[in-house]
Design a binder for this molecule. Structure first.
Ligand SMILES: [Zn+2]
Length: 329
């Protein structure tokens, strides 16, 4: 993630402050790693860089890797939206420790309080930093099905996080919504109103998007993947249907759940739609021919293999999930 530093140096004062936080954090991290491993650390130091993408909007860009000690479990994108009276955080990272570092980076940008933590869905890289922002005046906003999803999965997420992130995962809790969204709501940050919309089952069964009308920025959570292979943990057909609805949002840019901090809208959808349509088409062919999941994994959407990061790791589970969904059509 350090490759982004050159870009940040030419950015706004906000980005220079974020860079200072990054440099300090990186130094502390290297010092801590050095204390454990001796003079030649083998663990790369990642640090929190908040990139300005529009007026009052900053984005942390997650790396295209698995959760680990070096990224503190924060492999998804996170956005900060600054109003005139308060700040909304859209997703919070993968551990309490990451959330605390994010909070310190945020405090370099603004003195305004965080009034809302909006979780775009249940996945741990988007939600397990919530604990760093908990307080009596903070609302945790989530899809009406987020609480139930966390009740079913939180134990597994916390076990996996402890295993993958290691000792720095200590103290992490899965904090669910205090304000549930069934359809859509508006959040007022003072002179800036965010529209939060709950969607039907797509990437998961609890996906939310956020739209900032002032800058025409859409925060899509994992309903939009760029570069990193989309992961189907809800419904393939549902996701394609939700994408049709999203295309109508009059945004000029999107902050995807994974990928670059800011991408042009709606062209950001093209590659994901091509991949998901290919999976739909080919899995239907395999099912119609009386085939198996194992066989489908071997050829379905194989022309997409070189077009995505983590295809080998995540494509088989997408085929498996899609086959199971489509065999009952
Ligand atoms: Zn996700």
């Amino acid at each position: 993630m350090l490759h982004g530093m050159a870009r940040a140096l030419t950015g706004s004062p906000g980005s220079r402050m974020a860079l200072r936080v990054q440099a300090l954090t990186a130094w502390l991290w290297l010092a801590a790693v050095g204390a454990v491993l001796g003079p030649s650390p083998t663990v790369a130091a990642d640090a929190i860089q908040l990139k300005p993408v529009a007026q009052g909007i900053y984005v942390y860009t997650g790396p295209h890797t698995d959760a680990s000690g070096s990224n503190l479990g924060a492999v998804g994108n996170i956005a900060i939206v600054v109003g005139e009276q308060s700040v909304a955080l859209i997703d919070s990272g993968g551990s309490l420790e990451f959330g605390l570092q994010l909070r310190a980076a945020l405090e370099e940008i603004t003195d305004l309080p965080v009034s809302h933590v909006i979780n775009t869905h249940m996945h741990p890289d988007h939600l397990l930093g919530n604990g760093a922002f908990a307080g009596p005046t903070v609302e945790f906003v989530g899809h009406r099905r987020l609480g139930a999803a966390l009740a079913a999965r939180a134990e597994f997420y916390l076990e996996a996080g402890a295993r993958n992130v290691g000792p720095k995962f200590a103290g992490t809790k899965a904090i669910g919504p205090t304000r549930e969204v069934a359809d859509s709501i508006h959040i007022n940050l003072g002179g800036r109103i965010l529209r939060v919309t709950a969607h039907a089952t797509a990437h998961t069964d609890n996906d939310l998007t956020v739209y900032d009308r002032r800058t025409r920025t859409l925060f899509a959570g994992d309903l939009v993947f760029v570069e990193r292979l989309p992961v189907v943990d809800g419904s393939l057909k549902g996701w394609l249907a939700v994408m049709d609805e999203l295309r109508a949002v009059p945004a000029v840019r999107v902050v995807p759940g994974h990928g670059p901090a800011s991408v042009r809208w709606p062209s950001a959808l093209h590659a994901q739609e091509r991949y998901l349509q290919a999976v739909l088409r080919d899995v239907r062919i395999e099912i119609a021919a009386g085939g198996t999941i194992e066989n489908a994994i071997g050829w379905v959407a194989s022309e997409e293999r070189t077009k995505w990061v983590r295809f080998a790791e995540d494509h088989p589970r997408n085929v498996t999930a899609s086959f199971t969904e489509l065999e009952w059509e």
